[in-house]
Design a protein around this ligand. Structure first.
Ligand SMILES: [Zn+2]
Length: 134
């Protein structure tokens, strides 16, 4: 029996669908982390190619879903960046901040059908604003 080979584009569609479902199923931020008023995630990308994706900034309010995975910004990549650990370490730290880097482990198919590892580097900064004490 032969295993079906999924192209990165097909895998990316699957990833998008899976992420959409996971986000819909995630609890609200205020349920998962009642102390958090707002979360801010800043992304700076460092690629080796000529077209490095633009910076991204995401602000999540208390009503937003507590879902911290983001697809790789390259349209032909099937990778994702998982910021769950980063968010948790920010909340665990006294400063309510965390910084670090993650490398994309996805695969890209752009170059004439040749599938290559992405390795896009994401430098992130996570900061949490907590609910005012009452
Ligand atoms: Zn990627």
């Amino acid at each position: 029996m032969k295993l079906a080979l999924l192209t990165p584009a097909a895998k990316r569609e699957g990833l998008r669908e899976r992420m959409r479902r996971s986000r819909a199923a995630a609890p609200a931020l205020r349920e998962a982390f009642p102390v958090v008023q707002q979360l801010r995630l800043d992304f700076l990308f460092q690629g080796s190619g000529p077209s490095t994706p633009a910076m991204q900034s995401h602000t999540l309010h208390a009503a937003a879903r507590a879902f911290f995975a983001f697809p790789c910004p390259y349209a032909d990549c099937d990778g994702e960046f998982d910021l769950n650990g980063a968010v948790r370490s920010a909340l665990a730290h006294a400063s309510h901040q965390a910084t670090g880097e993650i490398e994309c482990s996805g695969k890209r198919s752009a170059r004439h059908g040749v599938i290559a590892p992405c390795r896009l580097r994401l430098d992130y900064a996570v900061s949490a604003a907590l609910q005012p004490q009452t």
